[in-house]
Every structure is written in C-alpha cells, then in structure tokens.
Design a protein around this ligand. Structure first.
Ligand code: F6P
Length: 363
C-alpha cells in the first residue's frame, strides 16, 4: 500500500514561459482540494540547496495569477543539480549535488514533486526519478520541442508575439523598400519560425529542419523585387543552418550551462545585402517571446496540465509527464519524453501549406 499523499512540492525550471503561473495555480488548488499541503521550491532546485528556500503555497498565494507571465517561484537555466556550477580557484567546475537535493526533499517531508520544465529540466526530473524521487513532469517551453506531447504551453503565446512583430514590420519594410530578417527563438527546432512565419505572411522561413542555401534565399527576394513587390520578410529560427555550415552561436557552452544560439539574422542580413544590393535590416525578437500574458489557449493548456499532474500524483504514477493528446491529457513516461527533440516533420501539413502559399524555405 503506497503511503498517502499529504504534502507536495512544485518547482519551475529552465527558461520561463507564459502559462507557468497558470500551472502553479491549477496544481495548488487541485492539491488543496484533496486536503494536501503545497510548497514551492524557489529557483528550480536551488531552494532545496539553500538558495532562496521553500515557500508555502496556499489559496491566497495563487490568487489572480492565471494571466500573469513569468513564474512566482522564480526559475533558472543554470540549476542542474547533477552539474551544479562551483566557483573554484581554478575556475568554474561542476559538482553532482543530486543526493543533497533528494535528502533535502525527504527532510521537508514531501511526498511528491511536480516539476514544470522543458527538455533540460525534465531530463533532470527523469534522472531524479531514476534515483527514487517521486516526480511528475509538466511540459513547458515556448520552443514546443518536447516529444510525446502535441504542444507545450507557452508556444502559442510566443507564436502570437512573433506574428504581431512580423505584422508590424510589413509596413516599414514596404515604405523603405527593405528586406527584413527576423530572428525568432526555438533552439534546434523551427516551430516558432514556421508558425509565426506562415501566420505573418513571411516570404522566406528558415528552420533547422531544412538546411538553407543562401543563393535560393536571394533568388526568392529578387523574384519579389522583379514582380514589383519591393520588400521582403525573412523569418529565421535562431537554430537555422546553412546547407554547408553550422548554426550560429553567441556564446559557447560553459560548465553548468549550454551554448547560446544567436546571430543568424545579422549574418543573413549582411549576406543578402551583399548579394542582392537591397538594403537589409535584421531584428532579434529575443526574450520578448517569453514574456507577457499567456493567450487563452496557453492558459487552458497550462491549467489542464496542472490539474492533470495532481491527478497523477494522487494515483502515485511517478516518473511520468502529462501530455496533450487531443482531446485528452494523458500520462507518458518521462524517459520517453526526453529521449529526443520533437522536430518539425518535413511532411507536415503546415510545411506543405507554406510551400503552396509560395513561401520559400531556402531549399
Ligand atoms: O528554451 C527557451 C529559450 O527561450 C530558447 O528559445 C532560447 O534559445 C533560450 O531559451 C534562451 O535562453 P537564455 O534565457 O538563457 O538566453
């Protein structure tokens, strides 16, 4: 007979995404509804390692937060307890503090952890689950790159933000007869670029799943200028790769943190201007895509995920992640969810739609 659930903890890890607070609210209210106590671990696992601590979450602490961006618990993408950065006289090294995390978790008398995170955070959750931590994952990321779930919350809001920006660029691009290259987030997948590019009527969309040829990109631009449409909008995923090259990084990997993508738009703008002679500007949307109020769609997914995670805890279904499998939310093994990235399928309807609309992928 498994021990009854009385006290659970929540944490949010990795880059923030609109909808985190909605998950927290749904999980807290669903847990209180069952008579459980709920605590928030601040800043990923940092709160269990003495950083900023643990906070009690009651009805009052989650009142009026469904529509708020960010996370009331704070987050970090440098908080992997298996590779905790440590300052030493020889520079930064990493240390495995996972046993300390588990000891602190047990010392607080927690019966379960709901870990809300993306690929990196859920990898950590999966490793902690393998060491016996009772954990249920909730898939979060604007990148939408987590496997086993149709969508992650935060993605829809990021696409809306990027689409609004692309819409706004149209008039200035047209007035100045310029080419604009807009860089959007998404790490090594092109979900945000593809969805916002199609919705925002881009002329060229560059995604990591389809390596591009700069000559083809320029051909499409010239085609527009020849047709009398003397401006063009290119949406490039930050992880887009040229056919014979590599993705562009702004910062290499360092102990305890991964390499940071960035700079593709600037590089493309220079190449396009040089090859076509058309004035070309670049714009990096950056962290704007992670900010703001979640769309109604993201709020609903987030609320459903939070409530579903509590149901899984009640059933002692640990080592799982909640996943959207329309029309339902179901449990999938955490290890399946983190096995590989969910990339844009090349035979998907949205790719086909884009091609039918005359959008180029630079291939
Ligand atoms: O995973 C979310 C994300 O916003 C990616 O799209 C992006 O590459 C990365 O995080 C940026 O991370 P940071 O906040 O460390 O700059």
């Amino acid at each position: 007979m498994p021990r009854p659930i009385r006290r659970i903890a929540l944490n949010t890890g990795g880059g923030d995404a609109p909808g985190l607070n909605a998950v927290i609210r749904a999980a807290v209210l669903s847990a209180i509804h069952r008579g459980w106590e709920v605590y928030g671990i601040r800043k990923g696992y940092g709160g269990l390692l003495g950083e900023d601590g643990i906070v009690r979450l009651d009805r009052e602490s989650v009142r009026g937060i469904t529509h708020l961006g960010g996370t009331i618990l704070g987050t970090t993408n440098r908080g992997n307890p298996f590779e905790w950065p440590l300052d030493t006289p020889d520079g930064i090294t990493v240390q495995d503090r996972s046993d300390e995390v588990i000891a602190a978790f047990n010392a607080h008398g927690f019966d379960a952890l709901i870990a809300i995170g993306g690929d990196g955070s859920l990898h950590i959750a999966n490793r902690l689950a393998a060491k016996g931590l009772p954990v249920v994952g909730v898939p979060k990321t604007i990148d939408n790159d987590l496997a086993c779930t149709q969508v992650t919350f935060g993605f829809h809001t990021a696409v809306q933000t990027a689409t609004d920006a692309i819409d706004k660029l149209h008039s200035t691009a047209q007035s100045h007869e310029r080419v604009f290259v807009v860089e959007v987030m998404g790490r090594h997948t092109g979900w945000i670029a593809l969805h916002s590019g199609v919705a925002g009527s881009a002329d060229v969309i560059l995604i990591p799943e389809i390596p591009y040829d700069i000559e083809k990109v320029c051909e499409k631009i010239e085609e527009r200028y020849t047709d009398g449409k003397r401006f063009a909008i290119i949406v490039a995923a930050e992880g887009a790769v040229p056919r014979d090259g590599e993705a562009v990084y702004i910062e290499p990997a360092r102990p305890g943190r991964p390499a940071r993508l960035g700079g593709i738009a600037e590089r493309l703008a220079a190449q396009i201007q040089e090859r076509t002679g058309h004035e070309t500007r670049s714009l990096v949307l950056g962290h704007l895509q992670r900010g703001g109020s979640p769309t109604a769609y993201d709020r609903l997914i987030a609320l459903r995920f939070g409530a579903a995670a509590v149901r899984l805890v009640a059933e002692h279904r640990f080592g799982t992640m909640v996943a959207l499998d329309p029309p339902t939310v179901r449990a999938v093994p955490l290890e399946d969810a983190v096995r590989g990235l969910k990339r844009v399928p090349l035979d998907s309807d949205i790719i086909e739609t884009a091609r039918d609309l005359g959008i180029s992928f630079g291939d």
